[in-house]
Design a binder for this molecule. Sequence first.
Ligand code: PLP
Length: 399
Amino acid sequence: MSSLPNTYDAEPIPDAARAEVERLLQSGDLFRYTAPGDAPVALLEREFADLLGVDYALAVASCSAALFLSMKALDLPRGTKVLIPAFTFAAVPSSVLHAECEPVLVEVGENYRIDMADFAAKLTPDIGAVLISHMRGHTSDMDAIMALCESAGVPVIEDAAHSLGTTWGGRTIGTIGRIGCFSFQSYKLLNAGEGGILVTDDADLMARAVIMSGAYEHNWKKHPVLHEAFARWQNRLPLYNTRLNNLSAAVIRPQLPELARRIRDGRRNHDHVAARLNTSPWLHVPEKLAPEERAPDSIQFNLVGVSDDDTLAFQETAKARGVPVQVFGMSTDNARAFWNWQFLGALPELPRTRAMLMRACDARLPARLTLADCDAIAGALIAAADEVMGASQNAKAVA
Ligand SMILES: *Cc1c(COP(=O)(O)O)cnc(C)c1O
């Protein structure tokens, strides 16, 4: 099985980053606010805002920091209830705790998207904000979510950490709610190891987020936000110091022109493997919602009509055949299984989400793979399913 690619290897950082990193190392100018203007972080913010067609962007240390600052920028009172999907990464409910708010978990269906009946039922008058985590880039029904939240007067934060390049009805994901947050962690579409960015068209929210991210004294003058907005908040907000440094920006900026290719090839790879997996009676890739154009760098699929034992055996057999697959709810201490978020205290039971997590498989499928690589991966997954489930069905037939 040596022909199978390592799906965890990153793409090389474009050569253009090298000269800029060398220049920064020579000057030692790594802090975004030292230079009078045009620091790499400030340039990244401008380029990212232009790319997404938004007024303002603020680069920070991580997407989790961006989510935290979003809730702080919205000035949510301590103890505010924030609706979040129950299928997300543990850092998301953690960011709600960090903002001294209380996460309320909403059911997610077998298609990895928010269960809108449960969402509508839980959007009660005591909910102060909604944080939509587009987990693994899967987009929930944003038309229905925005309509419900607008009529309830509840602000929407989009966790688009893993959704850069995804569109919904032609609109860029992360620009539909009041604030959108993205990640530059290595497994996302732009790789700086760590980093995040927050976008909004709201000058006052951006001014608050900029100051709290650590623009102390008059460093906010280096941000292109209306100065009246900043004057209002001078000395009135805490400084959480969660800035991005110039080296990270220098690594990200030359990747921006690569984005269109990564989105195109990632989608091609995903759709190619999805079509093949759907030919297996044991594997099912749920259909996206109609308005969504995806930008995937991984694939999720469900095992159909199989036992827990077969699910575990499939995970092992796929790995032995060279494709690391994790079943979210089956691997020990998985950070995407809500029952492991014990830091939240008493956890609700969410049967739909649990049922999905117990059969949903996750495999990386980066844009750099060729279609031959994708065929090898799909072939190994289908063969693993045949080996495990075929044998198990034969055993049942004999018994
Ligand atoms: C990666 C990810 C995060 C966390 O991003 P960091 O930049 O590592 O803090 C949050 N939400 C989702 C959906 C993610 O994929």
